[in-house]
Structure formats: C-alpha cells, structure tokens
Design a protein around this ligand. Structure first.
Ligand SMILES: [Mn+2]
Length: 317
C-alpha cells in the first residue's frame, strides 16, 4: 500500500478511464455525496464512470443520483470513497481488494486495502473531495456542490459535531457559493421525520436504560421491535444519536440486532470520552465521538460486555 497526496490522487484519476466508484454499505450522505460528485465530475471531464454500493440507496438521497447518467462497462480502475475498511464494502468486498485508490477521512482508523490511499483528517470525505475535484480541473457545478454539501452536512450532524472546524464552515460556504441548496438539503435530511421514525423513537425513549449515575445510556433495538414499528433502513438512520442526546450522558450505546446472535453496536460519546478505544476493545473503530463494532452472543451478554467497557470510560467523570 502506498500513501498518496491529493495531487497524486487527482493525477491518477485524470489519467484513468472506465472508473468504478464504490461506497460503503449502509450508505450515508458522505459516502453517497462523494460518489455522486466524483462520478459527475469524471463524466464532465469526458471519462466513463459508474457507481456501486452493496446496499440500496436510501430514498432521501435519491436526489444525488437523479440527474446522473450512469454508464455500464467493465471497470478498468476502482476507487473507494469514505470506506475505512474493505469489510465495510459488504458484498462488494472482493471489488475492494482490487481497488487502486481509497479516498477516506477516517484518519487513524483507516485499515489499508487499496493499492494507494489518500487519507486525511477531515470533517467529511466530501470536504477532501471538494479540493480533489478542483485539482482535477472539474467544474464544481450546482449539482456537484449539492452532493459535496450533503456529505459535509451529514458527517458534521448538520454542523453540530465537534469535528466542525472553521475550515468545514469555509468549505460549506464555498459550496453554497457554487449553488449548493443548503436550506433544502438540511431541512430534508435533519428536520424531517417519517411517522415510522416517530413511532420508533418513542419506543426507543421508553425503553432506554441509564447506567453509572446517568452517564451512560443504552438503547436496544431487537429485530422484533424494528419489525413491529415497520422501520426501514432509512427510518433507522440517526437512531444511534438518540442515547447521547439525554442530558448528562457522556456515552450513548445503541445495540442493534442484525442477525442470529449478532449485534451492531454504535457508540456516541461526549467530551472527554473517546469512543475509539471502547470500539477497539471489540475489534471495531471510528472517530473520537462516533465509533462502532460488532458483537456476538445473547443480548444480555453483549450488553454486559459493553457496560463493563463503557463503565471504565465514564467512571472517572
Ligand atoms: Mn464519512
């Protein structure tokens, strides 16, 4: 694996053709915004480009791809965007093994898999891409600005998270200057909930448990509860933020049943609790205030293991 700079990454993309762009599974606004913007930019400079993701695109992100004419061809080069680990490609993992370039902002937790990687510490992968596209000589059209703004807004929690820097705001400002529809995007993504989401959230808040003097909140999402509320993947988006929203909680844990005895864990923390070491204990990773892992066992076992790790992290507070 070779580390490359933004300039080298731009040069590679400029030289290549027939490029496949891959997003991570359970796609969010950042990985999809990156993919849509990159494909759009590649097409605009005369390349053939296509996009794939192991999971379906949530309906609220359809606008990113609506006007994009995606080609179908045998790819000559594969690029991943916002993918920290090839396992996050889901069923497309074999394609990840053939990737030549990984563009990612999970600095410190990115596990190399592509031949080359350009990894930086940035609020969103879309923020890196804004610079990359300029370097490639692609015009940031209003549609590309929308896509990049979507990723920036998504990964900053609508400019609320601790990863928001002056640079992130300047990047957002530059995208708005290029025509990004900030108000519409933010209203659709952060200020609109389906009725199913409201049902799900009310079930979550009534079942939430607090531990360690209220410093740790745990939410369990068994498959039966998800089925009962009729929640889809896109309704579940954002549920992992709820546990941490309770006043006094420094460590919010969401335990979602994925398969038989398999649980997807989302950790959301507040200063000074670092979520990464907790996730790492269980073979996961992520960012300081947002990390995740997968655990196996019964729900009670999984909860006990998590509580012991989280208890250690919040005990001194
Ligand atoms: Mn991201």
């Amino acid at each position: 694996m070779r580390e490359v700079t933004m300039r080298e990454a731009a040069a590679m993309l400029r030289k290549w053709d027939d490029i496949l762009v891959l997003s991570h599974r359970s796609p969010d606004g950042d990985t999809l915004g990156c993919a849509a913007a990159l494909v759009d930019a590649l097409l605009s400079i005369g390349k053939r480009a296509m996009f794939r993701c192991a999971d379906a695109i949530p309906e609220k992100f359809f606008y990113l791809f609506r006007e994009l004419r995606l080609d179908a061809f045998t790819p000559a080069h594969i690029v991943t965007v916002d993918v920290a680990d090839k396992a996050l490609l889901g069923s497309l993992e074999p394609l990840g093994e053939k990737a030549e370039l990984a563009i990612d902002h999970h600095f410190g937790s990115h596990r190399p898999f592509a031949a080359c990687r350009w990894v930086e510490e940035a609020a969103a992968c879309c923020m890196m891409e804004a610079e990359l596209l300029e370097e490639m000589g692609a015009k940031i059209t209003p549609r590309i600005a929308d896509a990049l703004y979507t990723g920036l807004a998504t990964d900053t929690g609508c400019f609320k998270y601790a990863n928001v820097t002056p640079k992130a705001h300047r990047a957002a400002a530059a995208l708005i200057e290029r025509g990004a529809r900030a108000a519409q995007i933010n209203t659709a993504l952060f200020d609109t909930k389906s009725r199913t989401q409201i049902r799900l959230e009310s079930a979550i808040f009534s079942g939430m448990e607090l531990f360690f003097d209220g410093k740790c909140a745990v939410v369990c999402l068994p498959k039966a509860l998800i089925a009962e509320t009729g929640a889809t993947e896109s309704d579940l988006d954002g549920v992992s933020a709820l546990a941490r929203q309770v006043e006094g909680v420094a460590c919010g844990v969401t335990i979602r049943e994925r398969g038989e005895g398999e649980y997807k864990i989302s950790l959301r923390t507040a200063e000074p609790v670092d979520a990464v070491p907790i996730a790492r204990t269980f073979g996961g990773g992520g960012h300081k205030f947002a990390a995740g892992c997968t655990l196996h066992g019964t729900l009670e076992e999984v909860k006990a293991r998590l509580l012991s790790a989280c208890g250690e992290a919040v005990r001194a507070l």
